[in-house]
Design a protein around this ligand. Structure first.
Ligand code: FAD
Ligand code: DHB
Length: 424
């Protein structure tokens, strides 16, 4: 692909990965007049078409609106004030908003957030380099950090003050840190999620998280015409072994209720399987290299936390970088890892707890199965348990060291010339 603009040779913050973390970081920095370049290995079309998350926490929604990228989400997304927990053939509503002083979640697909952020960065003449190959990071433990990559068959080098690895779980940044200085904690679950997209009107006004002896299932939504459903499966299973009829029969069995709730079949137009894992890398800073989002941590999707954690990380990190460029102080940068990890571990716990409560574990003995049912009944009965679930699900407010006053400052006009800007 021919670049439409020359790629800069130098920037303040070099960002690897144009997922939610990398794009949001670049956007937040731009609003405070800090320069960045985002290097992404895939094409823009691929990035914008990757189907993943759908649930935005209140803090994520607020940040998108506050920073001028929430307009389409407000128009096309759906606000939900509750979720249903379903087990033993009965539904139990968790009244998210009543339990959290009016906080709520927004159903708006991750790839739509991505499209909105890319559009905003390009409108501001931001530097996004798609199709960047062989990205490697260098000298982040010394004074001259830089990133090397190949673009349009040319080898390039980007010098920067800081490198931020927003390149997801399988990216290059975390792997570039010597193994003896990072501490990794992980758990792999013995199941995956089979996800489908269906052309059909909504099955339910609120998301349904269902526990059943055949396994977990989840009813979610994307729009008035497209619905998102998931069910627990063998992580090594393949989509070929699940013809549509088998999927509908399985979902009908797992979602059946005592009052004959029925699932209308629709046209399934997308199928996929995801593995389930918990993972944390500590710390999230190594010299001039910072990790954010899935590059530093993974949660199983049951708590809908991954995208939201990625956004919270870069919110904290952008404050620290902006403080550094405004004052020369490094306190925020030095405190980033500890502050981000507090939220990360809380989300790890919540996601693990939801996963443990809702899935079928083949290796659990009858005693453990009874404990799982006892936990579900406690949540259905207890206001205190429901409040804890609701607070975690809608997300705690993002803890920031400083007031985000800088967001209100007018963005500096981007300098043209030396760097060259635009999508390449
Ligand atoms: P990513 O989105 O993984 O982005 C990383 C980017 O870096 C990618 O574009 C990749 O191409 C690029 N990259 C990788 N390597 C390189 C390289 N070497 N050089 C350059 N670029 C590179 N989270 C929620 O909050 N709510 C949900 O409801 C939810 N549901 C989910 C459902 C499913 C089925 C799945 C799979 C995930 C779900 N998640 C959810 C998790 C969420 O999608 C991720 O946590 C989120 O995408 C993390 O964003 P990120 O920017 O850190 O990483
Ligand atoms: C969706 C994904 C999740 O991980 C979840 O917990 C709820 C909804 C979704 O894709 O809609």
């Amino acid at each position: 692909m021919t670049p439409t603009n020359p790629t800069p040779a130098r920037t303040q913050v070099g960002i690897v990965g144009a997922g939610p973390a990398g794009l949001m970081l670049s956007h937040l920095l731009h609003l405070a007049g800090v320069d960045s370049v985002v290097l992404e290995s895939r094409s823009r079309a691929e990035v914008e078409a990757t189907l993943r998350a759908g649930v935005l926490e209140q803090g994520t929604v607020d940040l998108l609106i506050e920073t001028g990228v929430g307009e389409r989400m407000l128009r096309e997304g759906a606000v939900h004030h509750g979720i249903e927990l379903r087990f033993d053939g009965r539904g139990h509503r968790i009244a998210l908003s009543e339990l959290t002083d009016g906080r709520a979640i927004m159903l708006y697909a991750q790839h739509e957030v991505i499209k909105d952020l890319i559009a905003a960065r390009l409108a501001a003449e931001g530097s996004l380099v798609f199709d960047a190959q062989d990205v490697s990071i260098h000298d982040f433990d010394a004074s001259k950090p830089h990133i090397r990559f190949t673009h349009a068959d040319r080898k390039r080098q980007l010098a920067c003050d800081f490198i931020v690895g927003c390149d997801g779980f399988r990216g290059v940044c975390r792997a570039s840190v010597p193994a003896n200085v990072r501490h990794e904690y992980s758990r792999t679950y013995p199941f995956g999620w089979f996800g489908i997209l269906v052309k059909a009107p909504p099955y339910s006004p609120e998301l349904i998280y269902a526990n059943h002896e055949r396994g977990f299932s989840l009813v979610s939504t994307r729009s008035r015409d497209v619905q998102r459903l998931y069910f627990q499966c063998d992580p090594d299973d393949s989509t070929e072994s699940w013809p549509d009829d088998r999927i509908w029969a399985e979902l009908a069995a797992r979602l059946a209720t005592q009052d004959d709730w029925t699932l209308r079949e629709g046209d399934i137009f997308q199928k996929g399987i995801v593995a389930m894992r918990s993972f944390v890398c500590e710390p999230m800073q190594f010299g001039s290299l910072f990790l954010a989002g899935d590059a530093a941590h993974i949660v199983p999707p049951t708590g809908a936390k991954g995208l939201n954690l990625a956004i919270a990380d870069v919110c904290v990190l952008s404050d620290a970088l902006i403080e550094y460029y405004a004052t020369g102080r490094r306190d925020g940068l030095g405190g980033y890892s500890a502050l981000a990890l507090e939220r990360v571990w809380a989300a790890e716990h919540f996601s693990w707890w939801m996963t443990s409560m809702l899935h079928r574990f083949d290796d659990r003995d009858p005693f453990q199965q009874r404990l799982q049912l006892a936990q579900l009944k406690e949540v259905a009965r207890s206001h205190a348990f429901q409040t804890a679930l609701a607070e975690n699900y809608v997300g705690h407010p993002i803890r920031r060291r400083a007031s985000p006053e800088h967001l209100k400052r007018r963005p500096q006009k981007k300098r043209r010339g030396a760097y060259g800007v635009g999508a390449t």
